[in-house]
Design a protein around this ligand. Structure first.
Ligand SMILES: CC(C)(COP(=O)(O)OP(=O)(O)OC[C@H]1O[C@@H](n2cnc3c(N)ncnc32)[C@H](O)[C@@H]1OP(=O)(O)O)[C@@H](O)C(=O)NCCC(=O)NCCS
Length: 170
């Protein structure tokens, strides 16, 4: 559904609460499905099985750990019309005043309407309030990550450099 109202009228970004956990984990798996489908096409079945056969469980574990505050992770969620529609984990590296955005996603039912950008702006505001001087985030260069790259750019991330990850079966 495409909405004509500004995103702030129907989306609230707030800190994560423990009761959000199941919604957040379900969003993680639903949103990253397209990323791993295209990764499978790029790598082929054999390499994909070696590297990513457990990706759903791995993603759920990583996101659960962030929800539980592992490595001092913080987490916010976006609520759209009362439903948890997205989440973003983030970190404040206080020694060097560097903030970092970690795992994040918007449920496919809600993508493309500005929620991701809104969450990234919330996280940047929080990190600034915590004394961070800059913020970084890592994403892929593949087509399935184009919405993430676009949303980071819209949220004000300017400088970037590309990295290439090689895969080889031994
Ligand atoms: C990345 C993600 C969180 C963004 O959330 P979102 O709510 O869809 O983001 P927004 O609506 O704020 O912005 C997405 C932008 O990408 C654009 N976009 C969508 N598909 C695109 C494509 N194939 N190529 C280029 N841009 C694309 C949208 O049009 C929008 O830009 P616009 O507002 O200028 O039109 C969401 O797409 C997602 O969960 N993706 C899968 C998981 C993921 O990649 N997470 C990030 C890990 S680093």
């Amino acid at each position: 559904m495409v909405r004509l109202r500004p995103v702030d009228d129907w989306v609230t970004v707030r800190e994560y609460r423990p009761e959000d956990i199941e919604a957040v984990l379900d969003i993680a798996v639903a949103a990253f499905q397209s990323v791993y489908t295209s990764r499978r096409e790029a790598l082929g079945d054999e390499l994909f099985a070696l590297f990513h056969s457990e990706w759903q469980a791995d993603k759920r574990r990583a996101v659960r750990e962030a929800c539980e505050g592992a490595q001092s992770a913080m987490m916010c969620v976006a609520e759209a019309d009362g439903r948890v529609a997205g989440f973003a984990s983030y970190y404040a590296r206080t020694e060097r005043r560097i903030g970092e955005i970690g795992n994040n996603a918007v449920h496919p039912d809600f993508q493309g309407q500005g929620i991701g950008t809104r969450m990234y702006c919330f996280v940047c505001d929080r990190l600034k309030a915590l004394g961070m001087e800059c913020v970084t985030v890592e994403t892929g260069g593949e087509e399935s990550m184009a919405p993430a790259r676009r949303a980071y750019a819209k949220a004000g991330f300017e400088a970037e450099f590309a990295m290439v990850r090689y895969y080889r079966k031994l």
